[in-house]
Design a protein around this ligand. Sequence first.
Ligand SMILES: Nc1ncnc2c1ncn2[C@@H]1O[C@H](COP(=O)(O)OP(=O)(O)OP(=O)(O)O)[C@@H](O)[C@H]1O
Ligand SMILES: [Mg+2]
Length: 279
Amino acid sequence: MVILLACKFAVFYPGVMFLGEIVSIISGKGGVGKTTIALNVASSLTKMGYDSIVVEGNVTSPTASLYLGYMPARKTINNVLNGEFSMDEVILEHDSGVKLITCSLALPELAANYSKAFTMVKHQLKHKADMILIDAGAGLGEEARNAIQISDFVLVVTNPEMPAIIDALRSVRLARAMKKKVLGVVINKVNSSLPQVSRKEIEGIVEAPVLAEIREDRAVHESFSYNFPVTHFRPNSRAGNEIARLAAVLVGEEHKSVENSFVDKFNFLLHRLKIRSLP
Ligand SMILES: Nc1ncnc2c1ncn2[C@@H]1O[C@H](COP(=O)(O)OP(=O)(O)OP(=O)(O)O)[C@@H](O)[C@H]1O
Ligand SMILES: [Mg+2]
């Protein structure tokens, strides 16, 4: 027991989590890339041989299922709340290998008891996969708190702009106030041609280690337009490689970069011309 505990604390810093636990992906500011990171980390973990499940935690504005092309999903966590299906039965298995539990898009179902749903996720999914990723709602309100509450770890996403960074700091502090371990901060949509806040400055503000910088890359958007995470659809892209590296960091593995902008764009062109199919 003592040895196990010692190992647990020895590997915690900086960012490595323990298999089977729940990590929520949060941000103060909306639109910074939580869903993008959640789906792509899950896709990368699948490629590395880890089993993961993404859970839609943004119940007022669920988008993960839409990015993957479920319009709408036939089975959702609302069916579990209604007693129609078990938690296992509502896991959607996407062609990218991503497993996802989503929630209903129907407005009347917003009245559902989602805090009960979160508790069910905690009790029924923990240790059912190597990583349970909760794609949380933005902000510090009830929706985000529900996700944080059931999590063992928290990963904070920001953009390199001051309003997002300050909100990231507030998210870090909220998670710690709720006694959760903060794995670190991901800086997403980095664009060197714009006047953005540097990694060093961000690290000085957010009171947590920066685990990854993900460049702004139209391949992310283009991949979602084909209903795939970029790490699966365009593995040679910049963002694809950077998110794959983040996934490797989370499980304490090395990532071998296959970044090649020319190959990435050429393959995508062939795909668009229907000469060769991606992925
Ligand atoms: N690295 C990136 N490069 C380019 N576009 C990106 C990148 N990351 C995310 N995006 C785009 O930014 C938009 C917002 O991303 P996403 O939905 O993941 O943010 P979010 O934080 O989950 O938003 P919300 O707070 O509404 O849940 C999407 O159109 C997505 O394709
Ligand atoms: Mg989102």
